[in-house]
Design a binder for this molecule. Structure first.
Ligand code: FAD
Length: 395
């Protein structure tokens, strides 16, 4: 039962979870218990086992708070708990949820036509089709607003050219939501940023996994090149018109990253506390030393703040009043705090802290990726800074 996981919840922040949300949380926990013993080897070999994504789909773990006919139950709180619980197990699995549900499914639900939704929503939610969200480019990460991938109209077709980098599921053989700039002189849409559904078997689409990653090793991110990729007229998501639409998706998923950071930090705190209680040095458990107790207290302090951020984030979202920069602040706080907690946990485990079997090093490495994606710490600070000062530091 998930209640046996609450010993890290000092303020009882998650004591009163409604039954429907608790049931989703319980499925996420059950999944982690089922697969965690396999994750070290996959991480070690940098192998992406796509059957894990299918299993999460079967368990309806990709819905990520998206309300849409035909999709299973989710809510902002349930989605957050899934992100937390899956990342508490393993960061690569957490990122699969973020990409498949948070980014790809959400883009389609927000901007797709009725026909696109009826064709793709179900298969993506079930994990039958692995889906990707391709915004970042080799030359445009933080400034993805300046993306250069081009979509040109030729008769009834769209023709896409460009390159994308860091795209989770982008080499999975599934479907990629590609964000591109319309290059069509004389068209009202000229210069607009729109999203296109690109089946990965389309000629001209080439997605290659990025090798040599020291973070999120059990999922692949792709480097994609698009060379005269020809798509039917109805490949464009009709509700997507500007870069702001891509940002709308990212606002929602930033909350998810704040929850994932909480999951990573919880796992690290648990590992450190358990180790400090059983490891004996100088004739007594580490936990009996004052300095160790203070470090554990610092970890719990930060962890509790992360929990409070997340719970309140879900309440704001449920009430329909969450502002984008509030999600930014939670992401900013939680990924920074998770980094600090992971570093202290790694240190408290001594040499054993670098062994994969103790599952702190993977969290520490995986946090580095979530700290960067969906907007880095500095970018969140600029977004928040613009909001609180009324002055933009971007340009
Ligand atoms: P850069 O933008 O080059 O930033 C480098 C550094 O400069 C950072 O510290 C940054 O904060 C700082 N910086 C940049 N601009 C400023 C400024 N104005 N002021 C101060 N500091 C600044 N993208 C997708 O589209 N789809 C995905 O599925 C996806 N998955 C990802 C998975 C992983 C593992 C990773 C690492 C990335 C993923 N991304 C994905 C891309 C991710 O969103 C970008 O990496 C991120 O936005 C940062 O861009 P960048 O890596 O180009 O860094």
């Amino acid at each position: 039962d998930v209640s046996d996981r609450l010993d890290t919840d000092y303020y009882g922040v998650f004591d009163d979870i409604p039954d429907a949300d608790r049931a989703v949380w319980q499925r996420a926990k059950g999944f982690i218990d089922e697969v965690l013993p396999r994750m070290d080897a996959l991480w070690d070999r940098a192998e992406y086992d796509v059957s894990l994504a299918r299993r999460m789909g079967e368990l309806d773990l990709f819905v990520d708070g998206i309300e849409h006919e035909g999709l299973g139950y989710s809510s902002p709180l349930a989605a957050g708990l899934v992100n937390m619980e899956i990342s508490r197990g393993d960061g690569s699995l957490g990122t699969i949820v973020a990409v498949q549900g948070g980014l790809a499914l959400r883009s389609l639900a927000l901007f797709g036509s009725a026909a696109q939704k009826s064709r793709w929503l179900g298969p993506i939610a079930r994990g039958d089709v692995l889906a990707a969200f391709a915004l970042t480019e080799p030359d445009h990460g933080s400034d993805s607003v300046s993306l250069e991938t081009e979509a040109r109209r030729e008769g009834d077709e769209w023709v896409l050219n460009g390159a994308k980098k860091w795209i989770g599921n982008g080499s999975s053989g599934g479907l990629t939501v590609v964000w591109a700039r319309v290059d069509h002189e004389g068209d009202a849409d000229h210069g607009a940023v729109r999203a296109f559904l690109v089946p990965q078997e389309t000629p001209g689409y080439d997605g290659k996994p990025i090798l040599g990653k020291a973070s999120l090793r059990a999922i692949h991110q792709a480097h994609i090149t698009l060379t005269d990729v020809r798509l039917p007229a109805d490949a464009v998501l009709p509700g997507s018109h500007t870069f702001k639409d891509a940002s709308t998706v990212l606002y929602a998923t930033r909350s998810g990253v704040a929850w994932s950071a909480l999951g990573h930090a919880t796992a690290c705190y648990e590992a450190a506390l358990a180790y400090a209680q059983q490891r004996v040095q100088f004739g007594k458990p580490l936990a009996k030393f004052q300095m160790v107790q203070e470090r554990l207290t610092q970890m719990l302090d930060e962890l509790t703040a992360m929990q409070l951020y997340c719970r309140h984030l879900a309440d704001l979202e449920t009430g329909g009043v969450l502002r984008p920069t509030q999600a930014s602040l939670a992401k900013y706080h939680n990924t920074r705090a998770a980094r600090r907690i992971a570093a202290v946990a790694r240190d408290l485990l001594g040499g054993n802290g670098i062994l994969l079997e103790n599952r702190v090093m993977q969290h520490m490495a995986d946090i580095e990726a979530i700290h960067t994606y969906e907007g880095t710490e500095s970018i969140q600070a600029l977004l928040i800074g613009r909001d609180i000062t009324g002055m933009s530091a971007f340009v």
